[in-house]
Design a protein around this ligand. Structure first.
Ligand code: ADP
Ligand code: MG
Length: 692
């Protein structure tokens, strides 16, 4: 690979400037794709930045040089073949000390009478009746081939750095394409190029920098995106294969627990639940540890799916753990588990940071001697002191709320265990793969029968209160939720406390209770139980209720300052109502309404499809903020866009699977260049042992 400093026109000074853009070789330069393109074909006027950009080819009819006191002005009057006129102007400060230096010398030389020149500039706002005026950004002599790098075409625009102009950068890329393109290897196997109708590497590199037209540019981008995706997904695939361990235990499907469990449910599994249970069981019975993510919308019934998996482990004499991000959720799960396991010979226990002293000691002891079959809890599960006798399945609920390390810590409580992660912030499969690397995804795609979608509207506080009164009048219950303010549970608790008085005044005939994270566990439990048993009509709360609360009689939720929530959170919150058979309402009360927040909230009103909402949320807030677990560098694509190019990503995954099935170590000569590039890109971070 040629060093960038050896490219014609670069040298050591500019080498340092290129280094700031992480360009150290000519190849890096060729893979530094344009940030944008400008249509610089004459006659095309396009808005760029704040002005209309003009590209004009004209003959110099007249020039003016006006050396005013502090400013020098140079003007060139051009006329094109059609007789259209353009006035170009340049303004320069008169230099103080270098009296003999003329800043306009170059212009005077380049704009000689009768010469044809290309000019690119911004239109001046004040229109002269007789002539158009522009201030010129770039100009190029006509009839010179090198000018056509910059004008009369779709012109690339690059992200630049101090000292490198667009003109210089384009010239360098052009020179590199002319002189060094042959050094660029085709990394994609020919069979794939054919199958996916992709441009070859040289074709694509040329076209991505200097496209002859828009379709060619699209084809080049597609090829570049595909290449990036295939390389990254191949790295995952190889990494995963080399991590594969074999289980030293195996499962049989017995019937002593699962059958009575299913018979006692009181309802049928939905078809979707059956499908994912099968997928999970097949994983558990295979000899490779499971890494599966179960995604399903709020209320789709993930808990009993997880419970089925835990029972399969118990039936085979193993232990299972279920970890949830909050105490309330862990308690709720424990309640569900014990409820469904009534009469079965399974012992479950709850471990959170509130469990202390003797009670905790007993749990730890029973866990270690195998008395406890299922342990439900919070982060407390990953403490050093927690030791299992034979843990074989870890279930992690709302997995995106845990850090990578916390998930790994639970997984490492025992060797080669099966891991099932669950999320109600569903994301498309390709995105899931992109964010979590290679894991299997199971999706519950339907809600249990009889659910009605929650009617969601954006409204005012007073309208929301009247609607709540109406529902309360029918004997139903209501939630009033306040946002978590910038990580500060304190402020949000304050808001809850302040408004609590007010709410008592608005609903004098009804009983309201308060629920927030600053309360003691016993208090929280008491309040929850009161609400569940309808001793309270209204629950005023922080988003601690986001997950886990299951009160079928609650049919209204008022969300205060709704614009402060992420869409996915609102969707989760909304899932607390609509759990029974009555029509339910989610009333979003924005504190202030900007168009953007209105647009966001509208999405929620128009769909109850958690997949759509999750995807929109991610587009609006960026994946990092939502998933926030992986090093983002790995996911920065130069050409590809995981949203817009989801189809291309899908192809890449398909082709990757076929490629690695056929040639797992990439030893065939057809894959040599691909392998070389893969190692160059990912070896350092990922140690792709099986390749080197
Ligand atoms: P989530 O996926 O949000 O965790 P849950 O597991 O909490 O959903 O289930 C929501 C509610 O639906 C629970 O009350 C659960 O008992 C109930 N449920 C789950 N599956 C079914 C089903 N197949 N038929 C009827 N109700 C179900
Ligand atoms: Mg759940």
């Amino acid at each position: 690979m040629t060093d960038i400093k050896f490219l014609k026109g670069v040298g050591p000074v500019r080498e340092a400037m290129f280094a700031r853009l992480e360009i150290s070789t000519v190849s890096d330069l060729l893979h530094y794709y344009p940030r944008d393109y400008q249509d610089r074909r004459p006659g095309v006027m396009t808005e760029y930045g704040d002005g209309a950009q003009v590209v004009f080819l004209g003959r110099v009819m007249r020039t003016e040089y006006i050396p005013a006191k502090s400013i020098l002005i140079f003007k060139a009057h051009l006329e094109n073949e059609k007789g259209e006129k353009l006035e170009c102007a340049w303004f320069k400060k008169r230099p103080f000390y270098k009296a003999r230096f003329d800043p306009m010398a170059a212009l005077k030389k380049d704009f000689k009478l009768a010469q044809w020149v290309w000019v690119v500039g911004k239109k001046d706002n004040q229109e002269n009746f007789f002539a158009n005026k522009i201030s010129v950004d770039e100009y190029y002599p006509a009839g010179v081939e090198s000018s056509l790098i910059h004008v009369n075409r779709l012109t690339p625009v690059y992200g630049l750095t101090q000292g490198l102009t667009g003109k210089f950068f384009r010239t360098c890329v052009y020179t590199a394409l002319e002189t060094k393109l042959k050094e660029e290897k085709e990394v994609l196997p020919v069979s794939i190029l054919d199958k996916r109708h992709l441009l070859s590497a040289p074709q694509a590199l040329r076209a991505v920098h200097f496209p002859s037209n828009t379709p060619e540019l699209a084809a080049a981008r597609k090829r570049m995106a595909y290449e990036e995706f295939l390389l990254l997904t191949a790295a995952w695939g190889i990494k995963k294969k080399q991590q594969v361990k074999t289980k030293n235990y195996h499962y049989e499907i017995k019937t002593n627990l699962l059958t009575p469990f299913r018979e006692n449910l009181g309802f049928e599994f939905t078809a979707s639940q059956k499908k994912v249970i099968n997928e999970i069981f097949n994983d558990m019975r295979s000899n490779v540890p499971m890494t599966r993510m179960l995604q399903g919308d709020v209320g789709s019934g993930k808990t009993i799916v997880a419970l089925s998996a835990m029972l399969l482990a118990c039936e085979n004499g193993f232990q299972a753990a279920l970890m949830a991000p909050t105490e309330i959720l862990a308690e709720q799960h424990f309640f569900t588990v014990t409820n469904f396991l009534k009469g079965l010979d399974v012992k479950a226990a709850l471990l959170t940071s509130s469990v202390k002293g003797k009670a905790k000691e007993k749990i730890l002891e029973d866990l270690e001697n195998g008395e406890i079959n299922i342990l439900v809890g919070t982060h407390a599960l990953i403490e050093e002191s927690v030791k299992f006798k034979n843990l074989k399945l870890a279930v992690i609920d709302e997995q995106h709320r845990f850090g990578v390390r916390q998930r790994a810590a639970l997984q490492n409580k025992s060797e080669n265990i099966d891991v099932l992660t669950m999320t109600a912030t569903p994301i498309p499969r390709t995105l899931a793969l992109t964010f979590y690397g290679d894991l299997e995804v199971s999706s519950i795609t339907e809600l249990p029968p009889g659910r009605k979608p929650v009617t969601t509207i954006i409204t005012t506080e007073s309208a929301a209160y009247s609607k709540a009164l109406e529902e309360l009048g029918k004997g139903r219950q209501a939630y009033i939720v306040y946002p978590l303010i910038e990580e500060s549970e304190k402020l949000s608790v304050k808001a809850v406390k302040e408004d609590f008085e007010k709410i008592a005044g608005v609903f004098p005939a009804f009983k309201a209770g308060m629920l927030h994270g600053a309360m003691k566990r016993a208090e929280k439990e008491k309040t929850m139980a009161l609400f569940k048993n309808k001793k309270l009509d209204i629950l005023v709360a922080t988003p601690v209720i986001e997950v886990g609360i299951d009160v079928k009689n609650a049919t209204v939720m008022i969300v205060q300052n709704a614009e402060r929530f992420g869409l996915a959170s609102l969707h989760q919150l909304r899932g607390r109502v609509g759990r029974g058979s009555e029509e339910s309402f989610c009333l979003l009360v924005p504190g202030s309404v900007s168009t953007v927040s209105k647009e966001r909230l509208d999405i929620l009103c128009s769909t109850s499809d958690g997949f759509k909402i999750g995807e929109r949320d991610m587009q609006l807030r960026g994946p990092g903020e939502i998933l926030g677990t992986r090093q983002s560098g790995e996911l920065e694509f130069k050409a590809g866009d995981i949203f817009k190019d989801a189809d291309i990503l899908k192809w890449a995954l398909e082709d990757r699977d076929a490629l690695l099935a056929q040639d797992p170590r990439l030893t065939s000569p057809e894959h040599a260049a691909f392998k070389e590039r893969l190692i160059e890109l990912y070896q350092k971070h990922w140690h792709l042992i099986s390749l080197s």
